[in-house]
Design a binder for this molecule. Structure first.
Ligand code: ADP
Ligand code: ADP
Ligand code: ZN
Length: 212
């Protein structure tokens, strides 16, 4: 089962788990946040950065076009692990249309639950790499300080991982994204996992759900 969505608040570990799962299941890791960050310098990138830095969502029309385009690429023909999409009901409806058009279906939506206080601790010491790898200064440090294990580039702190923006992102999640838990719950594709254990424990749990 590799048509998978990872759902959960910012900091719940979606990116970390998606990268692990992508390696284990040989499925592309599609992070809309990474796609937007890589667009820095283009018109799309600078328009999106205004929303991102405030901790707001980028408009649905932009995101839906982006995901439609991503699904037209060959590597998603058999499998995908979506991280950070959908974040609203219209985005979920659009994904359903895309999948129907391709005669595919969603296998699994993993809802990762973590208490708010822990999310803030995680996000405020997160460090990321351009290549999509994610670290934490204390919980998941790179082997060499400030340098990516996977590609050797310098790590950086995201502009939206500052306190004001983090708080806004958590409230935006509750208002706009949390309704997707019922949306997918009603479709019968939702599995909730406790995201507060160690990275390895959660990875095992997610892998078991994906293989069942
Ligand atoms: P998301 O993509 O959901 O925003 P990330 O995967 O970027 O979440 O994780 C947020 C931060 O928490 C990162 O710094 C990451 O290294 C760290 N992290 C991820 N999973 C865990 C975990 N199980 N325990 C402790 N820290 C974690
Ligand atoms: P995190 O994993 O910390 O929640 P992401 O990297 O997934 O962050 O997303 C960073 C920012 O990019 C979001 O706060 C939002 O502004 C924008 N973004 C990413 N994906 C979407 C989406 N599906 N819909 C709207 N905005 C998005
Ligand atoms: Zn890297």
């Amino acid at each position: 089962m590799v048509n998978i969505i990872l759902l959960g608040p910012p900091g719940s570990g979606k990116g970390t788990q998606a990268a692990l799962l992508s390696g284990k299941l040989n499925a592309p890791h599609i992070s809309t946040g990474d796609i937007l960050r890589r667009a820095a310098g283009t018109e799309l990138g600078s328009r999106a950065a205004e929303y991102m830095n405030r901790g707001e969502l980028v408009p649905d029309s932009v995101m839906i076009e982006m995901i439609r385009d991503r699904f037209s690429q060959a590597d998603c023909a058999k499998a995908f692990i979506l991280d950070g999409y959908p974040r609203t009901i219209p985005q979920a409806d659009a994904l359903a249309d895309i999948l129907t058009g391709l005669d595919r279906r969603l296998d699994l939506v993993l809802n990762i639950e973590v208490p708010d206080a822990e999310l803030i601790t995680r996000l405020s010491a997160r460090r990321v790499c351009e290549c999509g790898a994610t670290y934490h200064l204390i919980f998941n440090p790179p082997e060499n300080e400030g340098v990516c294990d996977r590609c050797g580039k310098r790590l950086y702190q995201r502009d939206d991982d500052l306190e004001e923006s983090i708080k806004n992102r958590l409230s935006v999640y509750k208002k706009q994204t949390q309704p997707l838990i019922d949306y997918y719950g009603n479709m019968g594709t939702l599995v909730t996992v406790d995201g507060s254990g160690s990275i390895e424990q959660i990875a095992d749990e997610i892998c078991a759900a994906a293989k069942s």
